[in-house]
Structures are given as structure tokens and as C-alpha cells.
Design a protein around this ligand. Sequence first.
Ligand SMILES: *[C@@H]1O[C@H](CO)[C@@H](O)[C@H](O)[C@H]1NC(C)=O
Ligand SMILES: *[C@@H]1O[C@H](CO)[C@@H](O)[C@H](O)[C@H]1NC(C)=O
Length: 825
Amino acid sequence: MSSSRSWSRSLLLTCISLCLLSIARCESLLDDVVKRSNDSLLWGAYRPNLYVGVRPRIPKSLMAGLMWTNVDTYGSISRIRHACEQSEDMGYYGWDSYDARLGGHQVIDDYGMGIKLDVDFVKLPEAENGQNWALRVRGTPKKGAPEDIKTAMFFYTYLEGEGILEIQKNEENEGSRPYIVGETPDLGTFLIATKNRFGEHPTFLTAPNNFEDAEETVMDSDYYISLNVEEDDIWKMKDVLLQLLDQKIRIDLQAKGITSLEDLPPAFEELVLPNVAGNTNVQIVEKVFEGAFEFDIIYNSVPFLNVVTEDVITAQIESNKAAFKERFEQTFPIAAPFKNESSLQLFSQRAFANLYGGIGYFYGNSIVSTHGVEDAEDGDYEFAHGFENADMKLQEGTAKLDVERTLFTATPSRPHFARGFYWDEGFHLIPLGLWDTDLSLEILQSWFSLIDEKGWLGREQILGPEARSQVPAEFQTQYPDIANPPTLILALKAFIEQMKSYSGAGDFAERALNQEGDGVSGVTSEADLLRVSHLEFPELTTKFLRSLYPKLRKHYYWFRDTQAGDLESWERDAFSDVEGYRWRGRTYEHCLASGLDDYPRAQPPSFAELHVDLMSWMISFTKNLRFVAEFLGEEEDAATFAEYENNMMHNLDDLHWDEDTGMYCDASVDEYDDPLFVCHTGYVSLMPLMLGLLPSDSPKLGRLLEVLRDEDELWSPYGIRSLSRSDRFYGQGENYWRGPIWINMNYMVLSSLYKNYMQVSGPYQELATAIYNELRVNVVNTVYREWARSGIFYEQYNSETGVGQRTKGFTGWTSLVVNILSEQY
Ligand SMILES: *[C@@H]1O[C@H](CO)[C@@H](O)[C@H](O)[C@H]1NC(C)=O
Ligand SMILES: *[C@@H]1O[C@H](CO)[C@@H](O)[C@H](O)[C@H]1NC(C)=O
């Protein structure tokens, strides 16, 4: 029981002393830290596209999930719950607390099925390496639903790749429940048992001959089926289950010679699995309840069999809940003028828990075009971003299925965008990195491992058929010359800043070392230590950055090469004749690569364009890469990057500053090939400020601050608008990035004001402070007010009313409100 506690103690003490004496032994201890950290992240709710889905971070292995439906009538079964939806009859669902190393609690308020589910996912402390877990599922009839409402719960597992999986039942003991056993090369042998904690079950009468003989059957046993499903279809578990139930209904109708569902037994009696057990790749266990219920699903690694009791699960759930709350208050304390009150705490915790609970582990191939958008048909911009079907492209050979890859990533929205987005991910890692530095580095590493031999990293990672099923065919293909804002450098920068200011695990390590007592929360303190192991042991950081550096560098040069602007063909007066950049693959309406899809750009699109947002990103990329190079002692590289940076800073002003409008602008040429500025004031113009590129005494900073605070331009009571209210495109067309307020960009403004312009003296310090304070309150109030009204975090907020709009359940970068509320930038 106390192994993890004593491990923490011995680790710190021995490592500190051994590292002084013997490098070899120190290294093996560090390997142990890395292994323990990795092991403690093995299992998680890493299938964020599902309401309840658990899997390990192993490419092809065991997958688990939950489905359910009301069975009072036949009417609900076509809507069996499995994948997250934003449907009318589903209420709020999401995590109150979540931490992949410990577990979490999720509420699913299912109006349509008349039931509210409380689902606890919990890692169990007894196993070495944290490899045991449990799900505790409680159902409570919704207000207004009948007290005897009947619900069928389906727990399933399936196996991808090698291994065995089967259902077994102790035939000698009639009351025993079926359990699932299996073995895979990575997981070893395991057993998954279920245990009912409370709840009634429906009953029915069977009258074989006459009514006198009628016997009451209580449906308190579990129903089950083992079946084989083709590997390509195995993720479609809802379809598999529907087909099973449908088939059963048909057979029974036929057997009884009847034509109407009404002549069948009641739905709860009919919709049960046929109790077939075998060694197959899919196993489903069903429980049917009447009214409220609670049951556990317990995954045991076999050497630890019989260790996990209900009491242990209960104790761990309680301890996790307390640990989450405590850590949250320490990591993201609410800062004045906001009051430390419970509604704001709940708001903030939910935003964060759902960001964390949205982390997934994905595996599969993606569809990649065999050529870049601009190689294909010179200058035909409408081709760019091919609005053609991916299948057609595969057939024509203009696209191919890439090799299978894995990705560990957070996701912007569970019901809508449960996959990896490059541009979003850098933002996701900012709060996640403060909570669990090592986790954020795992994710960073996973993303960088996708960088190909040319240095390209696809902006959207749609890995495997399950992920593809959520994306319209015309958007599935990725192009090897399309970029995305390199936001992962923001995460790297955040890590570097954490490293610089790190002063020891402090309280957490202290408690880990001094802990006495019950043994349950031993895992909590070990987890807290593992979260910061790269900060605690600089050797690990060096190793990490060293392994990342070659890919990072390649990625940087890919940007420089493929997104270079053309400074030669048109006369441009600039300090450097190479430093200018253009997003590839734009159309008349869109520049998806920039992340700001419909933000107005030059018309018509031209090879002569230069984009100020990309230029700013490139400067920031260069700065951060230079820092990493310096840290690693790559002096030659560092000198080169310093030179690039200097050239770029000159060219930012030479190419993009328009003195007439007093604004940073895109650049292009007119019909006579003379240079002109393309000025649409908005997020694009603010990029040099957001990324902290301007010195605190730059008059250009003063000008940007003015525009920022101007209500006829970017300022609204709800946050900074994406496009100036005075721009002729404001609110026009799709109106995606033409006015609406986005939280990630507001975060960037706030973060930069706070770090670069408030704490550094200069002529604009007061103005920057005033704007910061006001903006911070506006942004928090907007997101909070909409959450308090609807329980929902939105993708963006209306620039005239502040009302949340577009995607609901967007706890990707909207969750940055947690950092804003606690002033953690
Ligand atoms: C982390 O764990 C996974 C799953 O057990 C394993 O495949 C992988 O090699 C481990 N990585 C490290 C760095 O130990
Ligand atoms: C905020 O309130 C909680 C109790 O709700 C308390 O534990 C915490 O210490 C408070 N934080 C600050 C910064 O006062």
C-alpha cells in the first residue's frame, strides 16, 4: 500500500545525493521517473468523442466504452447514446474534475432518456504503475420521469490488434455475473468485472401453460454477447448494437408470426442480449435497471486480482475530488477584482476539467494530397484547398493514405472537433502545462513526432476512419504545403518560462515526502511529483529539448522555405530582401492556413501578397528557437537565428507598417504591379502586439493601443473584436473572423499587455494597464455570463451583444478564461 509514498521519498532523497556521487545511478533513477510518469498516463478517458470511453495510450489495444438507452418503449433505441452529440434532447454533459493520472467525475444530464448519469473514472492506487481503473456509474431518474423508468446500460470492450478477449461466467454459481478476461502483449492479462451497488430491476411474468403457473422473473442478472466484428467497422459500436437488437426483434416477430412491435413483449424484456459467450474481438455486457441505480466496472491487471474493493474505489473517488479542488485553487487562484466565490470557482473548474477531459489518444492514417495546392495548377486559387471529395482524390491518385501514426492531443470540442488541430493545440497546452508540465511535454512531443522528413506538420490531424467519420469528405485531405500558425512554440515558450521561474515542487513535494497515514492519497502525491519531473530534474529537460530540437529546426526551415513571400519579382523597399512571408493555399474567400479563415485579405489573391500575421508568427518562432538553441549550446544556429530575427524585425516595419493608416497591414501589389497595403484592422494588425514584438516605447504600440480601445474599431464591452467595426467587411459573409470575439486572441492581448507592457516602464505603461484591467473584466464577464445562463462554453462571442455563438461545448481555447481569471499568463 505504501509503495508509492516511499518511492516518492526515496526518489527525491536518493536522487539528490546519488546524482552528486554517481551519474550512472542517477540516470537509472531518472529513467524510473520517466517510466512512472508514462505509466501513470497509460489509461485515461482518451476517447473524447464518446460520452464515456476509456483506452490506453497504446496504438492497437483494448478499447472500452458505455452505451445506454431507455427501454420503457421501443421508441428510444435508435438514439442509443454513445458518441457525444449536441442534440436537442441531451442536456449538459461534462467533467467537474478530471486528471488523467488520477481520474475524474462527469455528469451526463440525459433529458431524452429521462436519466442523469454520474460517471466516475478512477485510477486505483494498489497496482504498481497505476494500471488498474474503475468506472462507477450512477443513474438518477430525471425530474418528471417515471420513478420506475427503465434503462439498459451496455458496457463494451473490443480489441484491436493482437490478443484474446472473452466473456466467462462461473456456471456453478448461478448468481455470479459474467466477466471479461483478456490478454494482450502490452497489457498482459486482465479481468474486467462489474458489481451492482444498488438499484431495482424490471420484472416480468412468464406463464408457460396457464396463468396459475406464472413465475416472476427479476431481470437482475447481466446479459451478454461475444461477437466478431471486422476491424474496419469495429469502432461503430452503436451500429453494431443496433443491428443486434434489430435482428433480435425481427427473429422474434417472425417466430411468433406477428407483424407489430406492440405484440412483442415490453421493450425492456425484449431488448436484451442473448447470452452468448466466446473468444471474439467484441464483448458487450448489459444491465437493465428500474429507477435509480449504481454499479462499478473494475479493470484488474491479473497479478492484482481481488485487491480492488468497492471501498477502495469510494475512498479514491473522494480523495481525487479533494485533490483536484485543492490543486485547482493553488494553480488557478481567482484574482481580484473577481471574488473568490463558489460560482466562479465552479465555472473555472469546469472550463479546465473539460479541456483536460477532452484529451484523446488517436491512431490511424490520414489522407494527404500527393502535391501541394500551388504545384497543381499555377495560380488557380479556387483549386486551392480542393473542394473535392477525398475518396475521389484517393481513386485518382492525387491523394494517398499516409502511414499510420499516433497522436496524444487535447481537442477543441468533444461533440464537434474531437481530433487534433495544430493552431488550437498551442493554446490548449498553456493551462494544461501549468497543471501538469510533464503531460504538456508528452503532448508536445507527440505533435512534433508527426513532423515529416520535409518538416511539414499537417494542420488538422484526422487519424483513422473513426475520426474521418466526423469530417465532411471535402475537408479530409491535408496538403503538404499548407501551414498553420505555429502555436506549439507558444507552449514551448510557456514551458521555458516555467523552467526559468521554477523554484521546486515546494508544497507538493513536501507533502509527498511527509505523508503519513491512510495510503489512499499516496498516489495523489506521487502524481503531483510526476507532473513536474522535468522541472525538478533539469537533466530531463535537456534530454527533452535535445530530442525535440532536430524536428523543431526542420519544421522552422520548412516554414521559411515553403511560406516564403516573393520579394524579388516586385519592387519592395526593405532592409532584407528575403524576410517576407505568404500563407499558401488561400482562395478568394478563405485563408484556412492562417487559422483566421474568412478574415479579409488582398483581392484578388496574388503571389505578390505578404501576410503580417505570418510574419509575426515567424519572428516569434525564430525568437523561441534561438532560445532553445542557446540553451542547448548550438551556438552557430543561435547566431543565425539572431540574424534572421534582426532582419525580420526590420522587415516587419518596412513591409507591413502603413504610415498613412497608422497600422500593420498585409501587403500586395496593384494592377500596375506597384506595392500597396491591404489594410483591414483587426486581429491580423494586432499580431506584433500580441506576440510582444514591439518595444514598450514604440509609438506604433501607442497607435495599436488606441485602435484597440476605440469602440468604433476593436473595442467592445465583451472583448476585442476580430475585425474593426469600421471595416467594410465587418459582420459580412460567413462572419466567422469578421467581428466575433475569440477568447484565444483576447488571451494573447491580455497576456502580452501583462507581461510586456504593464511591468515595463514606458510612455504607454498607464494606458496598457488601464486597457488590460478593463479588458480582463470584460472577457471574463462575457464567458461567465453566457455559462451562467446556459451552462455552455462557446466557440466565439457576438461582437455586438456578447452572446455565445457557433459551436457549443467548446472547451478548447475558450478554457483560457481560467488563466485570465487567475492572471496566469
Ligand atoms: C509509455 O508507455 C507505452 C505503453 O505502455 C509504451 O508503449 C511506451 O514505450 C512508453 N514510453 C516510454 C518513454 O517509456
Ligand atoms: C478561495 O476559496 C476557497 C474555499 O472556497 C479556499 O479554499 C481558497 O483558499 C480561497 N482562495 C483564495 C485565493 O483566497
